[in-house]
Design a protein around this ligand. Structure first.
Ligand code: GLU
Length: 294
């Protein structure tokens, strides 16, 4: 199979050096494999995504030296490349999950989840959804419309999801401990990030997902979706996160290292790239996916 990689920015603000570094690695891996690179605009969050950020995102990435073979600006065999235009696909996938009895309607909001838990959790980690909020098995099976309610994927409690990551090596996450029943559909009519990204990566025939290390737990969730849908998962390569001088990982609200700002300051992409610690040679080439153990 030919290598197909993707970069998947979200236009909720200006992209920063951390995005550029991850995408640069994605581009290098696609080039080294003689493959194709796709740009997918992950603009599902209508409240936070803005068209001007979507335009800036493409400009900034081009300036930095990123070039893709398929995308919203250049088209390709999997048009559209904007998630907001792919809702029909997501609904079909939601129906497949409902038909298989993998998901259930969940009227509890995230605030309910927060209140139900008292243990402290690490930075940014979502508290596992409390199992007492789960409806009886079979609830929601065969539903044909999500209606105005949240839907969650029922995780196999205590199962350990083990996968090989091209950068991090063997990764293990325990269902019900490291993460719980996760959202696949939101009551406002939109799929969750997990459902959308798995549907797109599958349909766009992505063979390797390169993204930030902060999404390792999401990969465990996504592997459960691949399994439920009977789809072959891609390989994964999670890159180390870029941190600022204080050791805090970059966020879009941190404008100092926004690509725009750096460009306005007269910094060149070559100079910025020269400051990066290169990844070990052994990780330069694309890795084969090792199936998760059941
Ligand atoms: N769109 C996601 C983000 O900007 C990345 C998703 C992914 O690479 O799977 O955080």
């Amino acid at each position: 199979m030919d290598y197909r990689g993707r970069i998947a920015p979200t236009p909720t603000g200006y992209l920063h050096l951390g995005h550029a570094r991850t995408f640069w690695i994605a581009q290098q891996r696609a080039q080294q494999a003689g493959g194709t690179l796709i740009l997918r605009d992950e603009d599902l969050d209508r409240d936070r995504c803005r068209p001007e950020f979507a335009v800036a995102m493409l400009e900034d990435l081009n300036w930095f030296g990123l070039h893709w073979n398929e995308g919203p600006d250049c088209g390709g065999p999997h048009t559209p490349y904007r998630q907001s235009e792919r809702l029909t696909l997501y609904l079909e996938v939601w129906r497949e999950l409902a038909a298989g009895g993998w998901i259930y309607p969940s009227p509890q909001s995230r605030q309910d989840v927060q209140r139900a838990l008292t243990a402290p959790h690490e930075e940014d980690a979502e508290p596992a959804f409390p199992v007492e909020f789960r409806p009886p098995p079979g609830t929601g099976r065969g539903a044909t419309e999500p209606s105005a309610v949240n839907w969650r994927f029922r995780v196999p409690d205590s199962e350990e999801i083990v996968f090989h990551d091209g950068h991090c090596g063997e990764v293990r996450r325990i269902c019900g401990v490291d993460f719980g029943d996760f959202l696949v559909w939101r009551k406002d009519g939109f799929p969750s990030y997990e459902l959308a990204v798995v549907s797109d990566d599958h349909v766009m025939e992505i063979t390797e997902v390169v993204r930030g290390e902060d999404l390792l737990t999401s990969t465990a969730r996504q592997l459960l979706l691949y399994r439920a849908l009977g789809w072959e998962p891609p390989a994964f390569f999670h890159c180390p996160l870029v941190r600022d001088a204080q050791g805090v990982r970059l966020a879009k609200r941190n404008h100092a290292l926004a690509l725009r700002t750096l460009r306005e300051q007269g910094r060149s992409p070559e100079e910025l790239r020269a400051e990066w610690t290169p990844l070990p040679e052994s990780q330069a080439a694309a890795t084969k996916f090792a199936k998760p153990k059941n």
